[in-house]
Design a binder for this molecule. Structure first.
Ligand code: NAD
Ligand code: UDP
Ligand code: UDP
Length: 346
């Protein structure tokens, strides 16, 4: 038996994965980060590389991987529509072949495995807010299907490995999550609006901006994921993890402009195909089974995220480097002179 856990995080060099690796290390685990750097970056975990309990390997989860671990968080998969639609076939492979390989690994080692599924499994929902029992309304042949259907198939695989082989599984359905360390070119709405506002460039609303989303701050989400992994056996999920505060995209744009003091104008672009019109999690199950609910409001989370992008963009502009906001590297107490600028913002 190990006094500590050997925890593998696939997609660990991405936005959510890097925070998860950090929190797992802080709790005394050995962490193996597995990433092919498709949308992630070594820069996101650079501050962890000196930690003897942290290891990173460049690997694509669509290929088999033989390591010995106790727990697996399967995050590998591009999450931004812009990125997952860039190479949709690879997105399906990552979701499906990646899930099979990681489940095969869990089956062989007896590791517990958590899947980061998504609110996208509900598609363009006809039930609002969305409880886990809602089966969704997904277009299986549309441009979002590589992600939505890929994630649905991954859920199927998780439950089949559980029923057929007794693999201990956890399935989280994550709703829109944002925070520091998002790639400035990530393409998702929160980072787009903040970057545009800070540059005084037009804020691009797709459609008329009345579509809604519910935005969860990264710290709350990571707490939810770790509680789910630690939940008693039998709590398999799926469990919605998200902030039930619901906002129109237009409201988000106005809030970001106000909070940044930006001179940006708001412009309207066509709505992407199959863009869901409304989304809000029913988190009763997470409250009941995990004792979890988000603690950070949208305004509070935006403040931290704006502070991060102010730093990231100012550094990219070649100005003197300000100290890194606590939100980006919370485990570091003060000065961060030795942290290398993320390559993604150069
Ligand atoms: P991200 O794009 O920042 O991170 C994904 C990571 O996976 C990146 O580091 C990328 O390089 C890596 N990756 C992609 N394909 C891979 C492959 N084949 N092999 C190995 N690594 C691979 O996205 P994120 O926001 O951190 O999302 C992490 C996970 O959470 C994803 O599975 C995503 O679907 C899920 N999720 C996120 C959100 C959200 O709002 N952030 C919402 C729902 C679900
Ligand atoms: N696999 C892996 N690491 C392991 C065990 C399995 O990557 O430690 C992969 C292997 O490529 C296999 C897949 O997981 O194809 C599914 O494994 P499983 O045992 O379910 O199927 P099988 O080996 O019978 O095809
Ligand atoms: N969106 C927008 N402007 C942007 C990026 C996105 O209006 O620059 C909209 C997008 O059409 C969607 C919402 O914001 O209605 C959330 O988009 P995101 O890509 O962040 O996530 P998802 O659609 O996967 O929820």
């Amino acid at each position: 038996m190990h006094a500590y856990k050997r925890v593998m995080v696939t997609g660990g060099a991405g936005f959510l994965g890097s925070f998860l690796c950090e929190k797992l290390l802080a709790e005394g685990n050995d962490v193996l980060c597995v990433d092919n750097y498709y949308t992630g970056s070594r820069s996101n975990v650079l501050h962890l590389l000196d930690d003897p309990h942290f290891e990173i390997i460049r690997h694509d989860v669509t290929f088999p991987l033989y390591v010995e671990v106790d727990e697996i968080y399967n995050l590998a998969c591009p999450a931004s529509p812009v990125h997952y639609q860039l190479d949709p076939v690879q997105t399906v492979k990552t979701n499906v072949h990646g899930a099979i390989n990681m489940l095969g690994l869990a089956k062989r080692t007896g590791a517990k495995i958590l899947q980061t599924s998504t609110s996208e499994v509900y598609g363009d929902p006809t039930v609002h807010p969305q409880p886990e029992g809602y089966r969704g309304s997904v277009n299986p042949i549309g441009p979002r299907a590589c992600y939505d259907e890929g994630k649905r198939c991954a859920e199927t695989l998780f439950f089949d490995y559980h029923r057929q082989y007794g693999v201990e599984i956890r399935v989280a359905r994550i709703f829109n999550t944002y925070g520091p360390r998002m790639h400035p070119n990530d393409g998702r709405v929160v980072s787009n609006f903040i970057v545009q506002a800070l540059r005084n460039e037009p804020i691009t609303i797709f459609g008329n901006g009345t579509q809604t989303r519910s935005f969860c701050y990264v710290d709350d989400l990571i707490d939810g994921l770790m509680r789910l992994m630690g939940a008693p056996n039998g709590v398999t999920g799926p469990i919605n993890l998200g902030n039930p505060g619901e906002f129109q995209i237009r409201e988000l744009a106005e809030m970001v402009v106000e909070m940044t003091g930006s001179r940006s104008e708001i412009v309207f672009h066509p709505l992407p195909v199959d863009d869901p019109t409304q989304r809000k999690p029913d988190i009763s199950r997470a409250k009941q089974d995990l004792g979890w609910q988000p603690a950070i409001s949208l305004r509070e989370g935006l403040e931290k995220t704006i502070a991060y992008f102010e730093w990231a963009l100012s550094d990219a502009g070649g100005k003197s480097r300000p100290s890194i906001p606590q939100a980006a590297y919370p485990h570091r107490a003060s000065s961060n002179a030795d942290v290398i600028v993320p390559e993604v913002v150069r």
